[in-house]
Design a protein around this ligand. Structure first.
Ligand code: SIN
Length: 281
């Protein structure tokens, strides 16, 4: 079967058909997948049956693996590169990070080199009366940038925002040492995508705590306006998961949030890998 790329019809996202990720991928097939990923910001593959090492190997095709702080607490035995994202507890102990990413964000934007992208393999998806819950929403920060009014674009051109790890509320509060290892960093408000050259807005409400050269009040107002612009309904693709989905998003082009509309006894279990990125410019 040949590879097919089917755009979602939303301003971002495409399904890749005709690929079995449990098998080695030839260079041409991989190049087609990588092009689709760069172009669409989110790509997904249905009905995949992959082991944790196969997920790690596929992630590595896109670059070095990035270790997420939560891997220290919740990883897959034998695959420390995979973070378990789940609401399941066994013997009273959570098996993974629960309520991960419920507010709009771009992964690890609080680091000096935020990851290129993130991959989720859906293993269990909550169903209520046969309807899947626990969708993930993705917003195009590239389209949001294209649509900025010229006066606003000029106002933010060349400006940098301050990203603070302590800004975001997390379901599992980070430890003192995690906070110490992640001091505030600065990134351009308008990033250039390292592979496509596309300009993308890089501002989120919780993680951005200031803008260099602006008074706090003025910065707060601008951050809120830009962050809300990114997540306008017309910029969004909402993914309804099926077990066996492998989905990956680009952390420059796209912001995302997990919809927390389920709880036990409805179980959700995902395996997450993260690929290393470049310093934003
Ligand atoms: C995340 O932000 O990494 C979690 C996304 C999800 O579980 O849908």
């Amino acid at each position: 079967m040949s590879i097919g790329i089917v755009p979602t019809g939303a301003p971002l996202g495409a399904e890749i058909r005709g690929v079995d990720l449990s098998q080695p991928l030839g260079d041409n097939v991989f190049a087609t997948i990588e092009r689709a990923y760069n172009e669409h910001g989110v790509i997904f593959f249905r009905d995949q049956h992959i082991t944790p090492p196969q997920q790690v190997a596929f992630t590595r095709r896109f670059g070095d693996i990035e270790f997420n702080i939560f891997a220290e607490r919740w990883s897959v035995p034998g695959s420390p590169e995979i973070v378990v994202v789940s609401n399941i507890a066994e013997d009273g102990k959570p098996i993974g990070i629960k309520r991960a990413g419920e507010n709009w964000h771009s992964d690890m934007c609080y680091t000096a080199r935020p990851p290129r992208g993130t991959m989720l393999h859906a293993i269990e998806i909550p169903l209520l009366h046969g309807m899947p819950l626990g969708d993930t929403e993705f917003a195009s920060a590239a389209l949001a940038c294209d649509e900025l009014p010229e006066a606003l674009r000029q106002r933010i051109e060349g400006r940098t925002a301050i990203f603070d790890f302590k800004g975001r509320k997390r379901a599992f509060p980070p430890s003192a040492s995690e906070i110490e290892r992640n001091p505030p960093v600065r990134h351009p408000i308008v990033r250039t995508h390292p592979h496509t050259g596309r300009k993308c807005l890089y501002v989120m409400r919780d993680d951005c705590t200031g803008i260099e050269g602006l008074e706090q009040e003025e910065a707060d107002i601008l951050i809120a306006a830009l962050a809300d612009h990114v997540i306008k309904p017309s910029h969004i693709y909402r993914h309804q998961w099926r077990p066996g989905d492998v989905l990956m998003w680009d952390n420059c082009t796209v912001q995302h949030r997990a919809i927390q509309d389920y709880d036990m006894p409805l179980r959700r279990l995902m395996h997450r890998t993260t690929m290393g990125g470049a310093v934003p410019n």
